[in-house]
Design a protein around this ligand. Structure first.
Ligand code: ARG
Ligand code: ZN
Length: 465
């Protein structure tokens, strides 16, 4: 269709302005969109994630050679532009990018630290769906996060473990690595036959590949934040079963730990059933747990559908905690890293509830113990002072205290409905602290500033618990 006179006049004006401004004058002189932002201005990690587009799906095809530690990957990312895009960024730490394409056409690639900029030949118009393909390889390196933990892709003797919150996923695939951009995933792992290659979700196929290898494909059909993606390659003993009537369960353990961890792994369906009674429908189509001996992994993580545990932290309380995250954190995901107490406070309170119902320790007693512990009063849970504090005791314990005070204020019945309603209302989405306080007040039918001011935002320990 022809251009209207007004559009033509506008175009002429825009060209004239662009002629004066270097910032909007691309080499070829045409009128172009703007580059997507290189970060989402998260209060703790301003460069995590990228602006201008929304990822819908990641298809990762990864080949790993344990003998050399080398990873060969292709990431196919399906996204939608949220602005006219002349260029877009992906987060990737380490590794070498061999090439990239947007909608099948080779794109110019620029690398500056952990930011990868792709400039497609043609601008992607706002609202359009597009596909990015990135070929990359190298020996992945884990990263040290703000609190000193090692995370990301960790090569082990004879395999690898990839896990990391908040930013470890940037070490093994390019993407929009901020929790606010959730997507579905398909992760294909090609490794020497005889090794296990485990990941999130449901195993959809496993087939022989050239070079004595096997290619296994895992599918996560429900949206997942990138920090919850995981890969475990190596020798594992696996057990399969069913939970909640229809959900396939796969647990795995390092062979040396298989026998000692079998009883607790066998309890997983019971824990899930009890939590489903409490929190509402389990949000995912698969479940499980993996126990690894890898020395580098310093914490258990609620990796989606298949939490991972270092050998020393596979106990019932931690299992309850990581499984509770499937509702609180994985299905209802923080809008930004400032909202991390919505994960850790809820998962900790899930421990207290479990102990109350099945271990005869009243939640009030857990609350009082947490109240008495000096470590929990370093800062308010809604406002960790820095990235290195995101997983400090106040986030967990004071976060749980907020929920207990809320429960004491609104009563058990309203509180129960509130937990289920929160999980249901933001299922497979994102939510912030403000969303939660507004929601709780709506359900309670009254102002709850008295709870928030003291327990969620208050700096000091009050007189009495
Ligand atoms: N979310 C994990 C848990 O279940 C802890 C992650 C800790 N991460 C870190 N960088 N320290 O508690
Ligand atoms: Zn946790």
């Amino acid at each position: 269709t022809g251009r209207s006179p007004r559009a033509a006049a506008f175009l002429a004006a825009a060209l004239a302005v662009c002629g004066l401004l270097a910032s909007c004058a691309p080499e070829d002189g045409g009128v172009r969109g703007t580059p997507g932002a290189s970060g989402l201005r998260d209060p703790y990690f301003p460069k995590l994630g990228n602006g201008g587009y929304d990822v819908g799906h990641y298809a990762l095809d990864l080949a790993f050679d344990p003998a050399t530690g080398r990873l060969d990957g292709t990431a196919r990312i399906t996204a939608r532009a949220t602005q006219d895009l002349s260029a877009l960024n992906l987060d990737l730490s380490g590794l070498t990018v061999e090439g990239a394409a947007v909608d099948g056409e080779e794109a110019a690639v620029n690398r500056a630290g952990d930011e990868l900029t792709l400039r497609p030949r043609d601008e992607v118009p706002r609202g359009a769906g597009f596909t990015v393909t990135v070929d990359y390889s190298g020996v992945p390196e884990p990263l040290t996060d703000a609190d000193g933990s090692t995370e990301g892709w960790m090569n082990t003797s004879g395999g690898a473990v990839a896990v990391g919150e908040p930013a470890g996923s940037t070490t093994w695939f390019p993407g929009n690595h901020h929790p606010s951009d959730k997507a579905t995933y398909e992760i294909a792992l090609t490794v020497p036959s005889g090794l296990q290659a485990l990941s999130n979700g449901v195993r959809v196929s496993s087939a022989a590949a050239p070079g004595g290898r096997t290619r296994t494909v895992w599918r996560s059909s429900e949206p997942m934040a990138s920090y919850l993606a995981t890969v475990m390659i190596g020798r594992y003993e696996t057990t399969t079963g069913t939970a909640l009537g229809t959900v396939p369960v796969l647990t795995a353990a390092d062979p040396a730990l298989a026998a000692s961890t079998a009883p607790l792994r066998a309890e997983l369906p019971t824990v899930l059933a009890r939590q489903q009674d409490r929190f509402g429908p389990y949000p995912f189509g698969a479940a499980g747990a993996v126990v690894t001996t890898d020395g580098l992994l310093g914490y258990a993580l609620e990796t989606q559908t298949r939490p991972v545990f270092p050998a020393g932290s596979f106990d019932r309380t931690t299992l309850v905690h990581e499984l509770a995250h499937q509702w609180f954190g994985n299905s209802v995901t923080p809008e930004s890293w400032r909202d991390i107490w919505l994960n850790e406070g809820f998962a900790t309170y899930a421990e207290w509830l479990y102990a109350e119902e099945y271990g005869s320790v009243p939640a009030r007693r857990s609350f009082e113990a947490a109240f008495a512990d000096e470590d929990n009063w370093a800062f308010p849970p809604a406002d960790p002072p820095a990235a290195e504090n995101l997983f400090d005791p106040p986030v967990y314990q004071r976060g749980a205290m907020v929920l207990h005070k809320l429960r004491e204020t609104v009563g058990d019945e309203v509180f129960d409905g509130l937990l289920r309603g929160w999980a249901a209302g933001h299922r497979h989405g994102n939510a912030s602290t403000e969303d939660f306080t507004a929601y709780a007040e709506a359900v309670a039918g009254r102002d709850l500033a008295g709870v928030w001011d003291v327990w969620l935002y208050g700096k000091d320990r009050p007189e009495r618990p």
